[in-house]
Design a protein around this ligand. Sequence first.
Ligand code: ATP
Ligand code: MG
Ligand code: MG
Length: 376
Amino acid sequence: GSTIGILGGGQLGRMMALAGSNLGYRFVALDPAPDAPCGQVSAQITAAYDDREAARELAKRADVITYEFENVDAGVAAMLMEESYVPQGSELLYTTQHRLREKRAIEASGVRVAPYAEIRSEQELREAVAKLGIPSVLKTATGGYDGKGQWVIRSEAEIGQAYAELSRSGVELVLEQFIRFDKELSVIAARSPQGEIQTFPVAENIHVDNILHLSIVPARVAERVQEEARQLAMRIAEGLNVVGLIAVEMFLTSGGELFVNELAPRPHNSGHYTMEACRTSQFEQHVRAVCNLPLGGTELLTPVVMVNVLGEHVEPLLARMAVADDAAKRLGVEPKIHLYGKSEAITKRKMGHVNVLAPDVDAALAWIAETTIWRV
Ligand code: ATP
Ligand code: MG
Ligand code: MG
């Protein structure tokens, strides 16, 4: 069988390797942590992500190279392209690493993003706030995740401070209009090197402190909105010449309009529900796409709610197993627990997730509330 090299050895790599093993592939992950989640189930090269020597070693040991995070060093990506097969290419990384480039690419595919402006000085920020209105959201163009590198400007008096704070990092900034969304949705699309595209069902996402808490599927929105969300993800997958997965995060307004927030060219937390709830999981689909196999079916087999297990949830989850099981039987739901093998349960750290399979999403939500594991 062939070997797939993964840049990054976190939980996304781990679940990719577990799914790909069933198709006969071997895996080797590059990660600086000696006990990384992926390395526990695959081979591992332990080194910094931008270590050229280690990347060369990865290229030597793998027939195909993919990644599980998008901030791969451009030089390393270029080198890997020379020395191995990187079906996703480097263009997709280059685009999605930078919010401005990403927004331009989304617009070029004919899809709407929230109105935005490039910010190169405090003066430009003042002008842009005047134009886009208050509140608006100042973001670093690169490197942000879980809401880090963002500032919601709620009054003119905050402009100076917001600029000083975010410009300190030295990276480019972008201001976005604040979208008063009704719901946050996401769609994951997969595209093969020949251009075959499949989209997964729309997820309705609920964040707590800017970290994903729940993905609810089917999303509680009109059929027409779901259809449009999947169409828009397909247009982006085509427009950006995606190979592998692309996760599309979007806002739905009360007027029924969809605006894309951001993209991720990899498996996405909001797609973990696919592991038991869809005919094919997002991880298997990614492996199929980068290995040029026919894509799998994406039908939803059952309603599901995915709930994240953060560091602070691990103890209550283990302590209330029996209570949770009683509640599950009473409500007719089946909670499927996934843990990533991380030893330190640090607050806010993603340790695992539970896919609550249920006759309907209300039953799954009732189970989550009744267990009191997640107090939000
Ligand atoms: P992730 O962990 O998903 O990569 P991130 O740090 O890249 O997060 P975003 O997804 O851009 O950040 O924003 C985080 C959250 O902040 C969004 O899910 C949304 O709830 C809110 N948000 C971001 N931009 C806007 C906006 N323009 N209008 C309203 N809310 C926004
Ligand atoms: Mg992001
Ligand atoms: Mg996001």
